[in-house]
Design a protein around this ligand. Structure first.
Ligand code: SF4
Length: 637
């Protein structure tokens, strides 16, 4: 089946590894109109295919690789594609988006996505060469690390997505890698491992057709120019990468330190992107078609390798009380080639260190101790010794050894590298993100609370439900459309970065932004027909319209984000999740981060009711029938 819309190939490959049957999945255009692409189309397919309650690591789970209409069109930062399944880490919807070159190759081979069902009897990989699709033997590659696998599997010029030993050994937070970019969160590597699927290779020779090629090219030209001229995307991110924010986040008491017991690290400067740029950076790098190029290249043992991102510098740095950037560069490399999510691994190690320090689990992991980290990382990937338990994640460890009040996870996903007591909106995002405590799904409120040039009051809780919902809808729409989330950084006008370093101006901007929350609420309630325009600083909706020919504007785009978010929520509700799971450990909700300052805890109980109401969910966090009708989701009632 094809689609009437351009930008898509209109074809989705459907492979059953149990039977070896290879076919096509038929997706109606109505679902393209409602969910656009990536994680949202995948969630709709998972909704249709999965029985509730299945074991995520059984052959009953379905893995879906999905591109978006902008993937591979040359629009800025659109090499992105998504991998989705029921998550073995959380039991919720699982999805993980990344760059690399696989999505572009897949689309050029004539496929928007791949559905993988069942389980192969022995290790295999899937080889896609235009219309020729073959399930190939991978016994000789099984057990190899990610670098070796990329080298050995399939044609050198093809796009590849592969797992390492962690995925094979079903580590709950195993990743999938394409080129140097990782699908880090939700344990999609373990789902592939459970299917005996070592990787997928795609190579194609087809052209992606566009609805309005001339107009599209014009939009793209202007968009790239804007990104390059913007201080956040044209200067800061290429120069310092994501870790450029590290020091600022510490200054705002939001940098996880010593298993999230504090938000400030005295040696933050030593781990910052600025220090990395001055002392170790060989060059910056980027995903295909990206003018931002936020990735770092550093040297290790005489070789150029991918450098560390903000998350790993924090979680294996400040969170472990380690200020040694060279050690972290090495551990980051080890995590990557073994196929482990650096966020979950870092948070697991921090929690294990606190359990050890408190005498609750003698495991040899200590704050400030570097000597055994490499060995522990390896033991997790291979599930050997204590690694077998660490591989299950923070939730499992807290259930077995105690410490639930300071176990940094929500819904079973380890917290990312932001201490929510220093940014309470970010805390609300963690608790409500559909895949668990994810900073990106949660709306990345930290950008407005502790990193940006003009910030919201990080402790003002009444303003946060509306801002969080807006950001969650916007970021997920951008992701489903096929763009990197960092393209949203242009949302703040350039002038905001040129605000003089004055306390008065900064105080004023913070007050104005914070108390604009009623206006944000009004915007969220506005019918989409009142937003029949495209925003110049966020041209995603315009590019999608020109690429596909769909009736699209900013109102429809942001409503699509809201619809997809509700769809993921419905998936979770069907799996038994509700308001009782929108939680954070007591360390964040009940303990002051700064003793004597009552504002420095996350008032989740005060924010959640307002958030549910805004979203049109009932007090139990379940979308109402009226909301589902409003969002064109009646068929899911
Ligand atoms: S901004 Fe960074 S992560 Fe995003 S597409 Fe560009 S290089 Fe990749």
């Amino acid at each position: 089946m094809t689609s009437k819309y351009k930008g898509y190939t209109g074809r989705i490959l459907d492979v059953d590894l149990t039977t070896g049957k290879i076919g096509e999945y038929s997706l109606p255009d109505r679902d393209r109109e409602r969910f656009i692409g990536g994680r949202y189309i995948s969630t709709k397919i998972l909704w249709d295919l999965l029985k509730p309650g299945i074991d995520p690591l059984s052959p009953d789970n379905v893995l879906i690789v999905m591109t978006s209409p902008l993937t591979g069109t040359g629009a800025p930062s659109t090499s992105r594609y998504d991998i989705s399944a029921k998550s073995p880490q959380t039991g919720t919807i699982g999805h993980s988006n990344s760059g690399g070159n696989f999505g572009i190759h897949l689309k050029k081979a004539g496929w928007d996505g791949v559905i993988v069902r069942g389980k192969a009897q022995s290790p295999v990989y899937l080889d896609i060469n235009d219309d020729t699709v073959t399930i190939k033997d991978a016994k000789d590659i099984w057990g190899k690390d990610i670098e070796e696998t990329k080298e050995l599997m399939g044609d050198k010029r093809a796009g590849k997505m592969v797992i390492g030993p962690a995925g094979e050994n079903l580590v709950k937070y195993a990743i999938v890698v394409s080129q140097d970019r990782a699908h880090g969160r939700s344990g999609m590597g373990a789902v592939m491992g459970s299917k005996n699927l070592k990787g997928i290779v795609a190579k194609g020779s087809k052209k992606i057709e566009l609805h309005e090629p001339e107009g599209f090219r014009e939009t793209i030209k202007k968009w790239i120019k804007m990104i390059q001229a913007h201080p956040a995307t044209g200067d800061f991110a290429p120069k310092y990468g994501t870790s450029g924010f590290l020091k600022s986040i510490s200054d705002h008491n939001a940098l996880p330190t010593k298993n999230f017991s504090s938000g400030h690290y005295k040696d933050a400067q030593m781990l910052s992107g600025q220090t990395l740029a001055e002392t170790r950076l060989v060059k910056n790098d980027g995903c295909q078609s990206c003018p931002i190029r936020c990735a770092r290249v550093v040297e290790l043992d005489g070789r150029e390798i991918k450098g560390p991102e903000y998350e790993v510098l924090c979680l294996l740095g400040s969170n472990m009380l380690i200020n040694d950037m060279d050690a972290i560069i090495r551990w980051n490399y080890e995590l990557d080639i073994l196929g482990l999510d650096s966020i979950s691994t870092g948070t697991v190690l921090g929690f294990a260190a606190e359990l050890n320090e408190k005498g609750m689990w003698a495991n040899g992991i200590e704050f400030g101790k570097k000597e055994n980290i490499s060995a522990v990382i390896k033991s997790i990937a291979l599930r050997q010794g204590i690694g077998a338990e660490l591989a299950e994640g923070v939730r499992f460890l807290s259930q077995k050894y105690g410490g639930e009040d300071f176990a940094p996870h929500s819904k079973g996903m380890e917290l990312a590298a932001y201490e929510p007591r220093g940014a309470v909106g970010h805390g609300l995002g963690y608790a409500t993100a559909n895949r668990g405590a994810c900073h990106l799904d949660g709306g990345y409120m930290i950008y407005f609370e502790a990193t940006g040039p003009a910030i919201l009051d990080p402790y003002h809780y009444r303003s946060k439900p509306s801002y969080t919902m807006l950001d969650q809808n916007l970021l997920s729409a951008i992701s489903a459309g096929g763009s990197c989330l960092f393209t949203s950084w242009t949302i703040l006008p350039s002038i905001a970065f040129k605000v003089p370093n004055s306390r008065i101006v900064s105080w004023l901007v913070t007050k104005i932004l914070t108390f604009a929350w009623p206006a944000i609420e009004l915007t969220l309630k506005m019918p989409s027909y009142m937003m029949r325009y495209h925003l110049p600083m966020l041209p995603h909706s315009k590019a999608i319209k020109q690429a596909t020919g769909m009736d699209m504007d900013f109102g429809k785009f942001i409503r699509m984000g809201e619809r997809g978010f509700a769809l993921e929520r419905l998936f979770n509700v069907r799996e038994g999740f509700s308001a009782k799971d929108d939680t954070l450990p007591k360390r964040f909700t009940d303990e002051e981060q700064i003793s004597g300052n009552a504002k420095t805890k996350v008032p989740l109980g005060k924010m959640l009711p307002a958030y549910y109401k805004l979203r049109g969910w009932n007090a139990n966090g379940i979308p109402t029938v009226e909301t589902l009708r409003k969002l064109d989701l009646e068929d899911m009632i």
